[in-house]
Design a protein around this ligand. Structure first.
Ligand code: HEM
Length: 498
């Protein structure tokens, strides 16, 4: 199938030879060997570059997006979402692609899967489509120190299964709604006396950082109170380092050439300090459990995830080394901080834009929490009653979910998707953003409408043939903290609306 943009890339070798023989060679002065060889070399190079810009032969039956389009996107600093909207959606809706198309990434050509039926196949068959292993290629980088192996989110097969078995019970038991509520109150208090103008995304980032520190391993970043605290600065510095596109695209710069970048060296030092702090926290938690004093004053669902994970290991769910534990804490941090902060910021944005929806949400919050002048902390039972606020959260995650596509998978065998062969070794990603914005699935996909998720709304089709609403992925590798995050959001939004 032809490329979807820039047909100049479709240049077969034959054409290049013809071009040389008919157009260039006759114009070269006779016996000028140097010019002839030079022209031939330049043309061969052009051919090689152009050919490199195409997917490998075994994948060329899929439509593909050219390198040029990626370069353009990078040049204009387009966000992943804007890029999906501008480039992907027309392809997905064109009818030519069946929601399957190739795009080049730093891992190579990746098949984007943006139709619900194939998404279901890829996500449910996680043994056939495991996550790719980038640990070796990224070894020694900041990314590998903080996020990659051996954390559960980045492993596959038995290593993943063993860790998930330990973490599942911990996430099932943990639902610290009191903590969410207390921190929301703390946020309201911190807003008093600070004028009337706030940057919502900043507030949400600080709130979710405190939530994840306390709920993750009982550590108080104190970010709501002050941005200047030592640990907030340190974590901010690491986060900045992880997002730096230069080192992300060229991992070698982060290892053998790091000596050239003093700021990068500083970020690595800060990361080491952060990781040492986690080592100490794990040590203390283990001692507390041994001495029987771990969070004993708290309700079961309010205890931190690290304690619950350690207990779950002791109760026979399996073993996790200290290194794995630490790496999972980092994973929980990264997966759980910005995601929920972004989801909440967008929810608040849509509520501000749609006053009628905001009023309906407020009425629901009042009917559940009451209308007293003081803040009421929602209980787990209360969050279950928040049907309309839940619809708002689901619609926000559909229209602007924080995770646009899954981590890259690899086909372990020849597989057939929508009747087309994806040979063994094909890299794939399920593109949630595209699925969530496809007109074939959703009416007016760019309109914010929480009623899609009412009892008879179109969003309920997710339970049907394929997977149409998948902001948390699906199957065995679905986000382990989906309920945790949904309740976190319900507590914040209901208290804010009330
Ligand atoms: C709105 C909030 C969130 C969204 C939209 C979200 C989305 C996702 C998605 C799409 C995946 C699957 C990725 C894939 O299949 O490649 C995932 C996995 C994961 N998420 Fe979340 N997430 C959210 C919040 C959280 C929070 C709060 C935590 C931790 C407290 C968390 C921890 C994880 C972990 C550990 C995994 C890996 C699961 C596994 O591989 O078995 N996420 N998340």
């Amino acid at each position: 199938m032809p490329p979807l943009e820039n047909s100049f890339l479709k240049v077969p070798l034959q054409k290049i030879v013809q071009l040389y023989c008919h157009e260039i060679a006759p114009r070269i002065p006779k016996n000028n060997k140097l010019v002839s060889i030079g022209a031939a070399v330049i043309l061969s190079l052009v051919y090689l570059i152009i050919n490199k810009a195409k997917p490998p032969r075994k994948l060329r039956h899929f439509p593909y997006i050219s390198h040029f389009s990626i370069l353009k996107s990078t040049y204009y600093k387009e966000s992943v979402r804007d890029r999906c909207q501008r480039v992907h959606i027309p392809i997905v809706e064109s009818g030519k692609s069946n929601g399957l198309f190739l795009e080049v990434t730093r891992n190579g050509w990746v098949l984007n899967v943006a139709n619900p039926e194939d998404a279901k196949r890829v996500l449910l068959k996680h043994d056939l489509f495991p996550k790719i292993d980038i640990s070796e290629e990224r070894s020694g980088t900041l990314q590998s120190k903080f996020t990659i192996r051996p954390s559960m989110a980045m492993t596959s097969g038995d290593q993943w299964k063993r860790q998930r078995n330990i973490m599942n019970p911990a996430f099932r038991r943990s639902m610290p709604v009191k903590l969410f509520g207390n921190l929301t109150q703390e946020m309201f208090r911190s807003m008093e006396n600070k004028g009337n103008i706030f940057t919502v995304s900043d507030l949400m980032e600080r709130w979710t950082l405190d939530v994840i520190g306390r709920a993750g391993f009982g550590f108080d970043f104190n970010s709501i109170q002050t941005k200047e605290s030592e640990w907030v600065r340190r974590y901010g510095c690491i986060n900045r380092g992880l997002r730096d596109p230069l080192f992300f695209l060229f991992p070698r710069l982060d290892t053998s050439a790091r000596w050239l970048f003093t700021d990068r060296q500083y970020i690595h030092e800060q990361t080491e300090i952060f990781l040492n702090m986690l080592d100490e926290v794990v040590e203390y938690k283990k001692l507390d459990i041994k001495n029987g004093v771990a969070d004993s004053a708290l309700d079961e669902n309010e205890r931190d995830l690290l304690t619950l994970m350690l207990e779950s290991g002791e109760e026979g769910s399996g073993d996790m080394s200290d290194y794995e534990l630490k790496s999972n804490l980092c994973g929980i941090f990264l997966a759980g901080h910005d995601t929920t902060a972004s989801a909440l910021s967008y929810a608040i944005h849509y509520l501000a834009e749609n006053q009628d929806i905001q009023e309906k949400a407020r009425q629901e919050a009042i009917s559940i929490l009451g209308d007293k002048p003081c803040d009421v902390l929602p209980s787990i039972e209360d969050t279950k009653k928040m049907t309309y606020i839940n619809q708002i959260i689901k619609e926000t995650l559909r229209i602007n979910g924080p995770v646009a596509r899954t981590i890259t998978r690899v086909a372990r065998e020849d597989s057939v998707l929508s009747g087309v062969l994806a040979p063994k070794g094909t890299l794939l990603t399920v593109n949630m953003f595209d699925t969530h914005h496809c007109q074939k699935i959703w009416n007016d996909p760019d309109v914010f409408n929480p009623d899609r998720f009412s009892e008879n709304g179109e969003g309920i089709r997710e339970a049907g043939e394929g997977m149409t609403w998948i902001p948390f992925g699906s199957g065995a590798r679905q986000c382990i903290a989906m309920n945790f995050s949904l309740n976190e959001q319900k507590v914040m939004l209901s208290m804010l609306c009330e």
